[in-house]
Design a protein around this ligand. Structure first.
Ligand code: S3P
Length: 441
């Protein structure tokens, strides 16, 4: 990218001390569920209506890829899609590369879906996605009979069509819902059974949704099995509000004195809610109100009120259930009394940025003592100074530091926030609506 383009694409924020935070907020739709709903609906027979769809750049990129593959997708209103499914064998090859943007979930799941097609396809992504490891999906897919070329384990991915896939038993070395889901999507096209074992149970949206689309599947925490040779039947999907987006408000509401926020109908899939438990261990006051089911997923309203937080040794068993929320936890730890120790989180190093390094660097700029470890950090909380931190084009890093600005002496300037819209369009408006003082720099 040229310097001029870089400058044009860059978006800097200033977040200043403010509050108390008050109000009732609706979070955008869940990113993981939105990606999967599009993909399964595309492969189904008939029309599926998706509501609560995340209008984020990541999920829109997946919709655009599916459109390139011949799937007609209507947008009757914001947050809604009608997907005209083409059936398992109805996709057609595209004449251009398929651009997944910033989305690891999009690229890795599409790799599995494309492995079983009759045509060749190339998956590309932005600069951040082009640095993310893909062998974790291509290796097991190749064992299933797929042919995929990478650039030394990195994107672009060239997926060769016309391969015969067979089911495998795969003991995954990483706890990754993306790896599991890629293999399940390839497994739809494979002869025999695909049997996946995980080192720690991960989010099970693909499993639940395949069942909802009528595919026979057996799953329990940590293991899933399915066989090829069935069909997906169109169904309507309601996407719950994204717990990962709620995370920033749970931390902000806890840190800012006098705050009282109600977050409406947030998805509480147990594989996503580690942060809720971690914050409670730190002394947070978070109430789960009116637990119910919506679209096959547990949801509830979350009420968070300010409470003094203290440091904890984060139980490593919670880490996979809060892998996307750890940047927000870094901020909670910085505002807590005492030291918080996070270990067992090496996966953070291969997210949209190296989140251990980017969060540690930003917090140090704000005068917080952080000791980095290969798989985590020890953060000693206290008062936050002002400063300029880098968002590294990582949506969750940018939003985490927007929360930090609320309690930093004269606020925080955050550089490179343009990717926030990948997962949380409208974050700034929603945040300011409940009492943040967040502005473009
Ligand atoms: C996701 C799985 C997680 C998570 C990502 C979304 C998914 O990644 O970090 O934001 O939708 O399957 P890993 O599978 O790499 O852990």
């Amino acid at each position: 990218m040229s310097g001029a383009l870089d400058a044009a694409a860059r978006l800097d924020w200033v977040s200043r001390p403010a509050g108390p935070l008050r109000g009732t907020l609706a979070m955008p739709g869940d990113k993981s569920v939105s990606h999967r709903a599009l993909m399964l609906a595309a492969l189904a027979e008939g029309n599926s209506h998706i509501s609560g769809f995340l209008e984020g750049e990541d999920t829109r990129a997946t919709a655009a890829v599916l459109a390139q593959l011949g799937v007609s997708i209507e947008t009757p209103a914001a947050g809604e899609r009608i997907v005209h499914g083409v059936g398992l064998h109805g996709l057609r090859g595209a004449d251009r590369a398929l651009d997944c943007g910033n989305a690891g979930t999009g690229m890795r799941l599409l790799a599995g879906l494309l492995a079983g097609q009759a045509f060749d396809a190339t998956l590309v992504g932005d600069a951040s996605l082009s640095r993310r490891p893909m062998r974790r999906v291509t290796e097991p897919l190749v064992r299933m009979g797929a042919r995929i070329d990478t650039r030394d384990g990195l994107p672009p991915l060239q997926v060769h069509g016309g391969q015969r896939l067979r089911g495998i038993r795969y003991e995954s070395p990483v706890a990754s819902a993306q790896v599991k889901s890629a293999l399940l999507l390839a497994g739809l096209y494979a002869e025999g059974e695909t049997d996946i074992l995980e080192p720690h149970p991960t989010r099970d949206y693909t499993e639940r949704m395949l069942a909802a689309f009528g595919w026979p599947i057996r799953f329990e925490p940590g293991r899933v099995r399915l066989a090829g040779g069935h069909a997906l039947r169109a169904t309507d999907v309601h996407v719950p509000a994204d717990f990962s987006s709620a995370a920033f408000f749970l931390v902000a509401g806890s840190l800012v004195p006098g705050s009282d926020l109600l977050l409406r109908a947030v998805g509480l899939n147990p594989r996503r809610t580690g942060l809720l438990l971690a914050l409670r261990l730190m002394g947070a006051d978070i109430e789960v109100i009116g637990e119910r089911h919506s679209g096959g997923e547990p949801v509830a309203d979350l009420r968070v009120r300010h409470a003094p937080l203290h440091g904890i040794e984060l139980p490593t068993a919670l880490v996979p259930d809060m892998i996307d929320e750890l940047p927000a936890l870094f901020i909670a730890a910085a505002g807590a009394k005492g030291t918080t120790v996070i270990r067992g989180a090496a996966e953070l190093r291969v997210k949209e940025s190296d989140r251990i390094a980017t969060m540690a660097a930003g917090l140090r700029t704000l005068g917080v003592a952080v000791e980095e470890a290969p798989d985590g950090a020890a953060i000693t909380g206290g008062t936050l100074a002002s400063g300029t931190v880098h968002g590294h084009g990582d949506h969750r890093v940018a939003m985490s530091f927007a929360v930090a600005g609320l309690v930093a002496r004269d606020g925080v300037r955050i550089e490179d926030c343009h990717n926030v819209a990948t997962s949380f369009p409208g974050f700034m408006e929603l945040a300011n609506g409940c009492g943040f003082a967040l502005r473009l720099a």
